[in-house]
Design a protein. Structure first.
Length: 281
């Protein structure tokens, strides 16, 4: 049984066996993030990562206008940590405080990528700034036809610092295209996102996108958790390493995991034409 997940500005439900649905819930502010939200996001995904009742996760947002319009600039401007501590005028000390704040923010958003379970994000409406950081951390990206994307940070005098500039170039997209959207902060739509490969599917509406994601998550939940989580781990490792390093890592991983009962269950179920039932991990 999954314990209650109650966190401010988020709704977490369990629509199918082994599936969690996390919804950002601040539609009155276009789901823009304040500090408590990224701290809660990390708590949620760290818990889900270890929850044996969960095998796949869908991330979407409440409201029809926006998945996330970025950082809540008004709330951020009131924070002492945005430009460093105001307790000192020393530039070096203010920089240390600002760096620690950025690293904490990065760590919280990276909890989506660190999560051992596959994460499917469904974007809709305005998906600016932080929405790109978040979606780059997900394993699978789906969007609705009305989605408007933008790497918005240069328009507020910053280089994007929560993950977009690090992850976007590693998604297998044209580096020329990546640089063009990051340098100009121009808005691009669902069709372009699909064309360049930033998203893998475009749904007619947000509701249709969420349904697609939940169906996929349910299918993933029926698979061996050892196999699926191992697959995610190996793909992510191989993305950041040379081919021979990835092959060695895979061999070592499967030398242990192939001894699991899931492997024999999977093989026998295929021979017997039966659907295997896998134990919780």
């Amino acid at each position: 049984m999954t314990f209650s997940y109650e966190y401010e500005t988020f709704i977490v439900t369990f629509p199918a066996e082994y599936v969690a649905h996390v919804e950002i819930n601040r539609p009155e502010k276009l789901n823009s993030f304040k500090e408590s939200m990224w701290l809660n996001l990390e708590k949620i995904f760290d818990r889900l990562s270890k929850d044996s009742n969960i095998r796949s996760i869908v991330l979407s947002a409440k409201g029809e206008k926006a998945f996330c319009a970025g950082l809540d600039v008004e709330a951020a401007s009131q924070s002492q940590t945005v430009a460093g501590s105001k307790d000192t005028t020393d530039v070096g000390r203010r920089a240390f405080a600002a760096r620690d704040h950025i690293l904490e923010f990065q760590r919280c958003i990276s909890s989506i990528e660190r999560c051992q379970k596959p994460v499917i994000v469904v974007l809709h409406g305005y998906s600016f700034g932080l929405a790109i950081d978040i979606s780059c951390c997900a394993d699978i990206r789906i969007c609705s036809q009305d989605t408007k994307f933008s790497v918005k940070e240069v328009d507020i005098g910053l280089a994007a610092d929560i993950g977009t500039l690090t992850r976007l170039p590693k998604l297998g997209l044209s580096l020329s295209w990546v640089k063009s959207v990051c340098y100009t902060a121009r808005t691009f739509g669902a069709e372009e996102a699909l064309h360049v490969g930033f998203v893998s599917e475009v749904a007619e509406t947000k509701a249709a996108g969420v349904q697609k994601a939940l169906s996929m998550a349910k299918l993933i939940g029926e698979k061996s958790p050892i196999a699926v989580q191992g697959t995610k781990n190996i793909i992510d490792y191989s993305r950041d390493h040379k081919i021979d390093e990835g092959l060695t890592y895979t061999a070592v991983w499967n030398a242990a995991q192939a001894q699991s009962e899931d492997f024999s269950k999977g093989v026998l179920s295929g021979l017997r034409k039966q659907k295997p039932i896998y134990a919780k991990l």
